[in-house]
Design a protein around this ligand. Structure first.
Ligand SMILES: Nc1ncnc2c1ncn2[C@@H]1O[C@H](COP(=O)(O)OP(=O)(O)OP(=O)(O)O)[C@@H](O)[C@H]1O
Length: 672
């Protein structure tokens, strides 16, 4: 049985050939290999020339489309395939790794997308700025003239000071309303919406959901809105609450900012052993949703009609306790329970309606992943894509010439930023970055700016230095990062909105979705590592048609990566902002003292952490020791659950004393 052919060098063979006076077996093999390598080289060369010729032909004939150019190249490539060497039987000999054409550079493969991604619905339309829109445009999008908006929606919009809809809203709202109006068994297509930051995506899903649920008879959870962080969930909850204020619908916010028991009370009520939902729309974070799916008895999602995933790419990228799996299995279990009779159905029709029904999925983001593999996890039903990306200047000519299908692969992975956004960058040195930022704020007298750092640690240190620098200038700068409690973050944000804080230094946890009104400037203190981070950071300004500026501080090391990152998504760097090199001399004294203070604080912090660790390890040691080896104090400690530690260990005391001594030595007054 010749399943495997093994070529092996045997001594007998070699001896026979030696005896006959012919060439040796080794020589034979070597000759064969050399011959084959030569053949492969020739073959590789001929295919390369074919491709070169095809490219030259393509260049000559510029009017021809890309497809025609590829067609022209095909016969050439065909010629190489008729090469007699190519028709040879594949060899059974050993392959020399790296010797064949596989190591050579291959032609780039064009991306082939599923039809729904290749043929999106383009969100076009006027500017978000009311002053810029023509009279006709303003009338067409005026909320009074739109027949699909209910009266209560118009009143709620007026309350929000909104008089006309934005392009993403005029495209998506009527589409959802129409799709839902069709009778069963028609099932609406799931949608993915990719539109710039601050373009009004929240209302694009909130309005149709409220209008479609407003006529419900019994209160059940029919819409679930999932957002990545608690702040965002609160923001969306407020929008829903305003829209529902003139209807009977109830909205509930679930996030880790509240006690689980309190949320359970808001969600359900029990009557004669049966649970009844008190809410129609649930706005939640994935983590909190999983908590309730596991811990809240009677929390039922079998009537779910809408599943909205806002900032969808962020939610899909992160695992978030595998929330989708839990949600899916929960929806299925409830239906299965009904079928197996564990829970008696109220009526047969309800059972029929609920079983196997999937909610209408609506995905929104400014940086929506158009990677089919990622989207596959959501099991979207005949999805439809709404996008603004094709209105980008780089892709507009293709759109005008009707070459949309050819351009499909080019818009994937590209994102739009608001038209009202001005992007700039400033080259500086690493050691001077805080000073550069300080000089910018002072010279431009910024009073509403956000500054993003790549980590909470950097955000904290930068805030410290800026506070020191701004000590006597009346500019109030504060930190806002994920390391703080939600209530502190909420307070800082509201102070910023009120104007008592002028600048917030943030970590990226808050870069997404947060809608802070009237932010004039966004500074990327650290160059963003990913394009999505950049898009969301700069999206905190220039929202809802307002003007805004985004400035990125770059060191020489960052420059190339940043440029490449923008280029890949069809964007450019914008104008360079020049800061006088004299700033270092000008603010030398105050900057030096700020850095000294920071160093002292860091040391203090380090030793505090050291002490903490020692205390913890000591607590651990008390628990691990056998009973007979424990001192009386340790026995008492263990009895008290090791909550109390009698004294700070000697080594820890020493560490603190050493740090304080050192810092005292260093904190000498700085001479001017
Ligand atoms: N039609 C409108 N007219 C005026 N303002 C609007 C309109 N629609 C939304 N807004 C306002 O625009 C701001 C941004 O809206 P929203 O938060 O929905 O944007 P977004 O597209 O979700 O942004 P992001 O992608 O950053 O989350 C909000 O303050 C909202 O009140």
């Amino acid at each position: 049985m010749e399943l495997f052919t093994v070529n092996r060098y045997t001594e007998e063979q070699s001896k026979v050939i030696h005896g006959s006076g012919e060439t040796t077996n080794e020589d034979d093999i070597l000759q064969k290999l050399l011959h084959k390598a030569e053949k492969r080289k020739r073959k590789h060369k001929s295919s390369e020339t074919a491709v070169k010729e095809a490219k030259a032909e393509q260049k000559d004939n510029e009017e021809e489309t890309t497809v025609q150019a590829v067609d022209a190249a095909e016969p050439q490539i065909g010629k190489t395939s008729t090469d007699p060497e190519e028709t040879e039987e594949p060899s059974n000999d050993f392959q020399v790794v790296g010797a064949d054409a596989s190591a050579a550079k291959r032609q780039k493969v064009e991306m082939v997308l599923p039809a729904w991604l290749a043929h999106p619905t383009i969100i076009e339309g006027g500017s978000l700025q009311p002053d810029d829109s023509t009279d006709a445009e303003a009338t067409a999008t005026s909320i009074k003239k739109l027949p699909y908006l209910e009266k209560y929606t118009c009143s709620a919009l007026k309350q929000m000071k909104i008089s006309r809809l934005f392009p993403v809203q005029t495209a998506v709202i009527p589409w959802i309303l129409e799709a839902q109006a069709k009778p069963e068994p028609f099932r609406p297509r799931d949608i993915c919406v990719s539109a710039p930051t601050g373009s009004g995506k929240t209302l694009a899903f909130a309005i149709p959901i409220v209008q479609l649920l407003a006529k419900r008879v019994q209160c059940k959870v029919r819409a679930l809105v999932v957002l990545p962080v608690a702040e965002l969930a609160l923001q969306v909850y407020k929008v829903f609450s305003t829209l529902c204020s003139m209807t009977e619908l109830e909205v509930c916010l679930l996030s880790k900012q509240h006690r689980l028991e309190d949320e359970q009370d808001k969600l359900l009520e029990q009557y004669k052993g049966v649970y009844y939902s008190k809410v129609d729309i649930v706005v939640t974070t994935p983590g909190r949703l999983v908590d309730h799916l596991h811990a809240t008895k009677g929390f039922c999602l079998k009537s779910l009609k809408f599943l909205v995933i806002d900032e969808a790419d962020r939610i899909m990228d992160a695992v978030f306790q595998n929330w989708l799996y839990h949600l899916d299995s929960h929806v299925r279990t409830t239906a299965d329970q009904l079928l197996t009779g564990v829970q008696a159905p109220l009526c047969y029709q309800e059972l029929l309606n609920s079983y196997g029904k999937q909610p209408h999925k609506l995905l929104f983001s400014a940086t929506l992943s158009q990677d089919p593999e990622k989207l596959q996890n959501l099991r979207l039903f005949q999805p439809k894509l709404f996008t603004t990306v094709l209105t980008m200047p780089v892709l507009q000519p293709a759109l005008d010439h009707g070459e949309l299908a050819d351009q499909a692969s080019k818009f994937i992975g590209k994102y739009t930023t608001p038209a009202e956004l001005t992007e700039q960058y400033c080259l500086t040195e690493m050691r001077l970055k805080p000073l550069t930022l300080y000089a910018m704020v002072c010279s431009n007298n910024w009073k509403r700016f956000l500054c993003f750092a790549n980590s909470t640690d950097t955000a904290s240190r930068l805030t410290f230095v800026l506070k020191h620098l701004f000590k006597d200038s009346g500019t109030n700068v504060e930190e806002l990062s994920a390391s703080m409690s939600a209530s502190v973050r909420g307070k800082r944000l509201s102070d910023f909105v009120r104007g008592s804080i002028h600048g917030l230094v943030c970590s990226d946890a808050l870069a997404r979705g947060i809608d802070v009104p009237n932010v004039d400037i966004v500074v990327s203190y650290d160059a963003p590592r990913h394009i999505k981070t950049y898009i969301h950071r700069v999206g905190r300004t220039a929202r809802a048609g307002q003007k805004g500026t985004a400035i990125t501080l770059l060191t020489d090391k960052d420059l190339a990566h940043f440029k490449k990152m923008l280029y890949e998504v069809g964007k450019t760097m914008g104008e360079e902002l020049i800061i006088s090199p004299d700033i270092e001399v000008e603010h030398a004294v105050i900057y030096k003292s700020a850095l000294e203070e920071l160093r002292w604080r860091q040391e203090k912090r380090k030793s505090a952490i050291k002490v903490q660790k020692m205390i913890i390890s000591r607590k651990g040691a008390v628990h691990q020791k056998p009973d007979e080896e424990l001192t009386l104090m340790e026995k008492l400690q263990r009895k008290a659950g090791a909550e109390v530690v009698s004294k700070v260990p000697k080594a820890a005391k020493h560490a603190i004393a050493k740090t304080v001594k050192r810092s005292k030595l260093k904190r000498k007054p700085i001479k001017k």
